[in-house]
Design a protein around this ligand. Structure first.
Ligand SMILES: CC(C)(COP(=O)(O)OP(=O)(O)OC[C@H]1O[C@@H](n2cnc3c(N)ncnc32)[C@H](O)[C@@H]1OP(=O)(O)O)[C@@H](O)C(=O)NCCC(=O)NCCS
Length: 156
């Protein structure tokens, strides 16, 4: 059975960088919140110590631009958590690790008395997030060098 663990930032950064910033060969993708408030989740295949799935979350309100589409309660202090650095290794795609990581993130949000998880979803990942119950809210926007995104969110 694949497993999931809450881990230090250093455990998730190599896969985060390899999948989401593949041109960064001389540095690791880091977030300001990595070593302080963020919670990091790693997923493992049965009998394999290598990290094959990662995700990082921390408390942050959704973008103000989406206030018309996301309930106002999501904007209360501590209500919403942001997901970043969501990735599964190419070798492990479709094996359920992304679902495991995201479900563990939902569990963390609930434990911390949050009620919403949101992310900036790459267009290619929108069907994955939708399968996990997250809804896209418009408009589509571009992150330079990465491509088109939607904000996606759900109550947890
Ligand atoms: C998006 C990503 C994290 C999904 O991870 P994964 O481990 O392959 O996903 P899972 O195997 O856990 O899939 C979970 C569910 O989503 C569905 N799903 C996953 N990718 C899908 C896709 N592209 N289209 C439709 N459904 C998809 C699966 O069929 C599965 O459904 P099920 O549980 O009902 O069978 C992975 O494809 C990835 O790392 N992509 C590149 C990086 C990326 O774009 N990250 C997101 C940045 S915003």
């Amino acid at each position: 059975m694949p497993t999931v663990r809450r881990v230090p930032a250093a455990v998730v950064r190599p896969l985060r960088t390899a999948i989401l910033r593949p041109t960064w060969t001389d540095r690791l993708a880091t977030y300001d919140q990595d070593e302080t408030v963020a919670v990091h989740v790693a997923a493992y295949l049965d009998g394999d110590d290598a990290v094959h799935g990662v995700g990082t979350i921390y408390a942050e309100a959704p973008p103000d631009d989406n206030r018309d589409a996301i309930p106002e309660t999501a904007y209360a202090d501590g209500a919403s958590w942001r997901l970043r650095g969501m990735a599964t290794s190419e070798a492990a795609r479709g094996a359920g690790l992304g679902r495991l990581v995201l479900e563990e993130c939902f569990a963390v949000v609930r434990e911390r008395s949050g009620s919403v998880l949101w992310c900036n979803a790459r267009l290619v990942a929108v069907p994955f997030y939708a399968r996990l119950g997250m809804a896209a809210v418009g408009p589509e926007f571009d992150i330079p060098g990465i491509g088109p995104h939607y904000v996606m969110w759900r109550e947890v």
